[in-house]
Design a protein around this ligand. Structure first.
Ligand SMILES: [Zn+2]
Length: 243
């Protein structure tokens, strides 16, 4: 009886170990990302990400999705003006933009029909800004905006007002701003522009998160195998002694 209890104890212990290491790994994997996204000092990704002025912008009007509206272009212009005039007040510098006809521009903007379908991003994401960072500067930022999404099964095209706020929000990222906790701030991740899994954090921590994920799986697999082994051993002992 004593040995039986002992074996059960080991079995429980290894189950706890699996659970504990899983929780620990989750904590390790997500703590830096969460604190960087919502911490008070995280308003900025970079203080002054562009080392030159004006910041050139290319608006892709060649590869347009079927539901593109010609009025969207104007919303980009308005969003650029918004930031040139101070935006939400959180920039330490006054950006000056120049729209150019070259994909080599600092910021490129293009539309797709639906981000979930075209880019494979999580549901609910209306736009994203993907920066290429070198040191403490942006080298280039690619902004992708969708023109509508599915509400249930029905396709709903974004109106100009929605396009304007998505554009302002993504341009805010392109100017170095992170997310705001204030629901009235343009940098608050609203439902229709819920771009968390934050592409910027993803580009910073993505490799780390993936590596930790693989490590976690490997550890769980090993623990699982050893648990299976101990269970098999116990079964053998039980068959031998407790029948
Ligand atoms: Zn965002």
């Amino acid at each position: 009886m004593i040995s039986r209890r002992g074996l059960i104890f080991i079995n429980q212990k290894s189950t706890h170990l699996v659970a504990l290491s899983f929780i620990f790994l989750l904590a390790v994997v997500f703590t830096p990302a969460v604190s960087a996204a919502y911490g008070e000092d995280s308003e900025k990704i970079l203080d002054n990400p562009w080392d030159h002025s004006p910041i050139t912008v290319y608006i892709n009007e060649k590869d347009l999705p079927p539901h593109y509206s010609p009025t969207y272009y104007e919303q980009i212009e308005k969003a650029l003006e918004y930031w040139e005039e101070g935006g939400n007040g959180n920039l330490d510098y006054m950006p000056v933009f120049e729209i150019v006809d070259s994909e080599e521009a600092d910021i490129t903007i293009r539309w797709v029909e639906n981000l979930e379908n075209v880019e494979g991003v999580p549901s609910g994401v209306a736009g994203y800004a993907r920066p290429r960072i070198s040191g403490d500067h942006f080298v280039k930022v690619d902004i992708v905006l969708e023109v509508g999404n599915y509400q249930g099964k029905a396709w709903r095209q974004y109106g100009d007002a929605t396009m304007l706020s998505i554009s302002k929000h993504e341009l805010g990222h392109a100017l170095g701003l992170g997310h705001s906790d204030n629901p009235r701030d343009i940098m608050y991740p609203k439902h229709e522009m819920r771009d968390n899994i934050n592409p910027i954090l993803w580009s910073k921590y993505g490799d780390l998160i993936r590596a930790a994920g693989i490590l976690a799986l490997a550890v769980l697999l090993l623990l699982g195998i050893s648990w299976q082994n101990s269970r098999r051993k116990r079964k053998k002992l039980e068959d031998k002694y407790f029948k």
